[in-house]
Design a protein around this ligand. Structure first.
Ligand SMILES: Nc1ncnc2c1ncn2[C@@H]1O[C@H](COP(=O)(O)OP(=O)(O)OP(=O)(O)O)[C@@H](O)[C@H]1O
Length: 531
């Protein structure tokens, strides 16, 4: 029915894909043109990743047609042919971590019995990377590279294989602001050469920055394709949710909670990661640690939950010392943990939503250490409703859930123990805009119920639920912002530009308009860092 699909880098129509009773795609369609940066957005479970699997030959659709440049897609199973058409940069890397950059670049291209000439291989790899402006040591193992470099290697590998369409599935999820800028600069350059991009993201801001066209999927179907310029965020969210008005979470502005301290650190430090930190989180309080992943906030969060052993300092929960460097002790002491990376630390794929949500509470749900399935399921049902988890029910294996919905199960699990303090590292990573709101609302409720919470993130939306935000830069708390901060002030502090936020006595937004405040760092009481 498309008259101009010959011009399309990729065209898909009538795509149907079922997983058992779940209809992941139901007559889906999409067209991406050469040189276009096309965003694909939608709520968790809308079918985005499934479409990516179909467009890359990883999943066989039950019905529908895919063409590249007007020609039918390669046959099912002809992996090499698919790779010449399309490449995908996944959130989870497709490169082999144990192999070097050069080996990964030519992976799969040396078949048969030909011997490999290593010196030539490295020379070719270096030339290839240089062609795409990627500065990476070809002898380095992939596992030793950062996310950003790994993605660039993947992109270079794809393009060198002849692909003219690159699919980026949440590529920015693990990059910091500077890394995102560099990735986008590279992608703009590729577009200018006529490469087509399909960009999947839950960050509508990024869609506006990078893309000229956006397609919205809802409930397994395409519901809107429109030019990005001039498209209001509200209209986009309305298309994603199918609701006219999207409720927007109001930033905190109220007085700072004054409950008993639930978490206290004294001179807590990890050499090379963060300087001695005195932190107090009170009952009813949500404290944000804002900054780039490498800035120290993540390391602080990981130390609080026992993943890292501090070189100095103490942690106490409700006045009782916690043995540091031990996850089980942290859990037992009442520190709940929402990890950043659900793939590595989160879930047991074959187990059900209910089992995963209650993995750490097996002693609590029934008498004598038994787990009563009825209670497990009741808790899971509550969480499915509260966090808006899209699933066929508590008994569904988590492997059948979309990425964002899996992340919600990770959060449910942390809440199952009713922690005294919840430590969440980038908790809304991969979660759609509406679910983000529900999820942060739950964190808020946990605090309002008398617990405390620490959110480590560089996402402003995550930090808006906080009663106060500490900017962490190069391992130090450089500024403290009470609720009511302005975006640009916090962003500047996270990037190490600003030295201080508005003091607690200042009206919200005080200091707004200053590009780089030069006042001394504001730290309160014992809070902050020692050298
Ligand atoms: N391997 C699978 N087995 C069973 N169901 C699946 C499988 N993969 C996906 N689904 C289901 O298909 C639907 C679409 O999932 P998909 O992963 O495509 O969503 P998505 O839009 O990419 O979501 P997210 O934003 O959370 O990544 C979901 O209901 C999901 O539960």
């Amino acid at each position: 029915m498309e008259t101009h699909d010959r011009a399309a880098a990729v065209h898909a129509e009538g795509i149907v894909k079922r997983y058992g009773p779940t209809v992941a795609l139901d007559g889906a369609r999409l067209t991406v043109r050469p040189g276009e940066a096309h965003a694909l957005v939608g709520r968790n479970g809308a079918g985005k990743s499934t479409l990516v699997s179909v467009l890359t030959g990883m999943a066989r659709p039950d019905a529908g047609r895919v063409t590249f440049g007007g020609a039918p897609a390669p046959g099912w199973g002809d992996t090499a042919a698919w790779q010449r058409k399309v490449a995908c940069v996944h959130q989870k890397s497709m490169t082999v971590p144990e192999l070097t950059v050069a080996e990964n670049l030519y992976l799969g291209r040396y078949q048969g019995t030909r011997t490999i000439r290593w010196r030539a291989l490295h020379t070719r790899a270096r030339e290839l990377l240089a062609e795409y402006g990627v500065e990476v040591d070809t002898a380095a193992r992939i596992r030793d590279l950062g996310v950003e470099q790994r993605q660039f290697v993947e992109i270079a590998r794809a393009l060198s294989g002849g692909a003219r369409l690159i699919i980026l599935d949440e590529p920015t999820a693990r990059l910091d602001a500077a890394g995102i800028d560099r990735l986008f600069a590279k992608l703009r350059g590729l577009r200018a050469q006529g490469v087509a991009l399909l960009f999947i993201s839950h960050h509508l801001q990024e869609v506006h920055e990078l893309c000229d066209t956006v397609t919205v999927f809802r409930d397994a179907r395409q519901v809107l394709t429109a030019p990005v310029p001039g498209l209001a965020k509200e209209a986009l969210v309305a298309a994603m949710t199918g609701e006219e008005t999207a409720a927007v979470r109001k930033p905190r502005t109220g007085a700072r909670p004054t409950g008993e301290p639930v978490l206290r650190t004294e001179a807590l430090a990890v050499d090379g990661h963060f300087a001695p930190l005195d932190l107090t989180v009170r009952a009813g309080e949500v404290v944000g640690l804002a900054g780039a992943t490498a800035g120290g906030g993540t390391a602080i969060g990981e130390t609080l939950v026992g993943l890292r052993t501090p070189d100095a300092g103490r942690i106490a929960v409700r006045g009782r010392p916690v043995r540091t460097g031990s996850v089980p002790h942290a859990l037992d002491a009442g520190i709940g943990y929402v990890p950043e990376d659900r793939h590595r630390e989160g879930l047991i794929p074959g187990r059900s939503v209910a089992e995963n949500a209650t993995l750490t509470v097996t002693g609590r749900l029934g008498p004598m250490g038994t787990v009563l399935p009825s209670r497990t399921r009741a808790f899971a049902r509550r969480m499915i409703a509260a966090l808006d988890i899209r699933t066929t029910g508590p008994g569904q294996p988590v492997s059948g859930l979309s990425g964002g919905n899996q992340q919600k199960v990770v959060i449910a699990r942390a809440l199952a123990r009713e922690p005294a303090v919840l430590v969440a590292i980038r908790p809304t990573n991969g979660v759609d805009v509406k679910s983000k709101d529900a999820l942060l609302g739950v964190v808020r409720e946990v605090a309002d119920g008398g617990s405390g919470a620490v959110i480590v993130s560089d996402e402003l939306d995550d930090l808006r639920v906080c009663d106060r935000v500490l900017a962490v830069f190069h391992g130090r708390v450089t500024a403290e912002f009470p609720a009511g901060w302005r975006d640009h002030e916090l962003v500047a502090a996270m990037e190490g530009v600003a030295a201080g936020g508005p003091g607690p006595g200042d009206p919200p937004g005080a200091g707004g308009g200053r590009d780089a405040p030069t006042g001394p760092p504001h730290t309160e009481g014992t809070e902050g860092t020692a050298p």
